[in-house]
Design a protein around this ligand. Structure first.
Ligand code: GLY
Ligand code: MN
Length: 463
């Protein structure tokens, strides 16, 4: 947990960005996975963590924008809990740790909010994503759960995004620590990338490394020799010589800050020429994004620049043809990279995605694209100092997509389908790093960059 004064400062800033009313930030509860007492590892809501810091279930924070009052709602444990869980700090003590001096039992929250509604006060809440919180809001606000997203406070959403988007030095330090765990995970993946190893064994090793630091992976591990499937959580294959293993994985550290890296490693550590050629194109894309990312530039423009590097590279290999700018404007490159360059990262691996990507990644000036591929870009708006974003270009050969486009005759002026056909068994390559936007550019997060050139990767596999 950070110092109480940091949470106080964040709450003061939040209140100053809201005109009037009550701000309600609900924490998360335990979630059962097969019977009520058997729960998943607890994950606190990131907004609650940001403003109230307590990593415990069944808490809510309430900020009165008009009076300035701040109340923490939560339950003290009783003797039955103590027998099973051990002694716990009181809610009052927990409140003091995050600079809140007024605490109340959780059961008083519903009544408190209902009274405020009767008094005609505005209740600002964020779009809920957990069922228990939806149910709570439905009961208290009298709104059907299907309507809660529409009635969530846009004023609060924008205020939270404006604060959480800029990472302070404490957060950057936590992300650095999370990146260092991610580094260890990926080095382990590379060392194990040998023919005959089961993908599941390697995925399990990565989860174990993350867990050994006290928290968990920042999202379910993506690890497969079928790297052409963008989010492949199937780990049922045994690695085969001649294939590449795409590993997209990161850690959440004990303060719930995230890392997110992708590396693509040839089985047994040797790229063939065709793999190396495509790999070097993706690496050039990754480097280009890092070279041109700086405050004042939109990530959408960086994404499109990267797509041009990809197109140039694929043209040189005979997979694409025609004018590069025209090909990218038409969206032909999206056959090979049907996703966006990156996303914000912080307390969530896709930071603040619960608040809606259109507000997190876009603004009045930069609107989301509708074209296939670029439409999947989560982060498009102008970069600012203190943003943390991922840089994750890729190149994939998705047989089903190739067949469909070919059948439809899509972008025939830019795509050499005859050559593309010969790559249908290639798989996919993605290279992902985490960037901090600085005053005049950006820098990689984590103490050491993961091996990234083909030569570095080959050495990492074979020690
Ligand atoms: N690394 C997974 C993702 O960015 O979606
Ligand atoms: Mn990512």
């Amino acid at each position: 947990m950070f110092e109480a004064s940091l949470y106080q400062k964040r709450r003061t800033q939040l209140k100053s960005r809201i005109k009037n009313g009550l701000v309600l930030i609900l924490g998360n509860n335990e979630v059962a996975y097969n019977y009520p007492n058997n729960t998943y590892k607890f994950r606190q809501d990131s907004n609650f963590l940001y403003f109230f810091g307590l990593n415990l279930p069944e808490f809510a924070g309430l900020l009165d924008v008009d009076s300035g009052e701040e109340i923490l709602f939560g339950n003290d444990v009783d003797i039955d809990d103590i027998i099973w869980m051990g002694a716990q700090p009181s809610v009052k003590e927990l409140g003091e740790k995050v600079g809140i001096h007024s605490t109340r039992p959780f059961k008083e929250l519903a009544e408190y909010v209902k009274k405020a509604i009767i008094a005609g006060r505005k209740i600002h809440f964020l779009p809920p994503y957990r069922y228990r919180n939806m149910q709570f809001l439905e009961d208290v606000l009298g709104l059907h759960h299907s309507m809660l997203k529409d009635y969530a406070s846009l004023e609060l959403v924008h205020a939270v995004i404006s604060l959480r988007s800029i990472k302070d030095s404490y957060e950057i330090e936590e992300i650095r620590r999370a990146c260092n765990i991610g580094y260890e995970m990926h080095i382990a993946a590379m060392r194990n990338c040998h023919a005959g190893r089961k993908e599941q064994e390697i995925a399990g090793i990565l989860e174990g490394i993350s867990a050994s630091y006290g928290s968990m992976v920042s999202f379910p591990v993506i690890l497969s020799q079928n790297g052409q499937t963008l989010h492949n959580h199937d780990h049922s294959q045994t690695l085969q010589k001649g294939r590449m293993m795409l590993t997209d994985a990161g850690a959440e550290n004990d303060m719930n800050y995230c890392s997110d890296f992708t590396r693509t490693t040839p089985v047994d550590g040797v790229f063939d020429q065709r793999q190396k050629d495509i790999y070097n194109i993706v690496l050039a894309c990754n480097e280009k994004a890092r070279e041109i990312s700086k405050p004042g530039v939109t990530y959408l423009s960086i994404h499109l620049n990267v797509c041009k590097i990809l197109t140039e590279g694929l043209k040189a290999l005979g997979l694409m043809k025609g004018n590069t700018d025209d090909a990218v404007a038409a969206g032909a490159h999206a056959l090979f990279m049907p996703h966006g360059l990156g996303h914000m990262m912080g307390l969530d691996v896709h930071d603040m995605e619960d608040l809606d990507q259109i507000y997190v990644g876009y603004d009045e000036k930069t609107r989301p694209a509708t074209q296939f591929g670029t439409a999947s870009l989560r982060m498009g708006r102008e970069l600012q100092e203190g943003f943390v974003v991922t840089d994750e270009p890729g190149c994939y050969f998705i047989p089903e997509l190739i067949d469909r486009w070919k059948q439809q005759g899509l972008h025939k002026d830019f795509l050499n389908y005859d050559v593309i056909e010969t790559y249908k068994n290639f798989g996919g390559i993605r290279i992902e790093d985490d960037l901090l936007i600085t005053s005049d550019g950006c820098r990689l997060l984590g103490d050491k960059r993961l091996p990234v050139t083909p030569e570095e990767i080959e050495i990492a596999v074979n020690g």
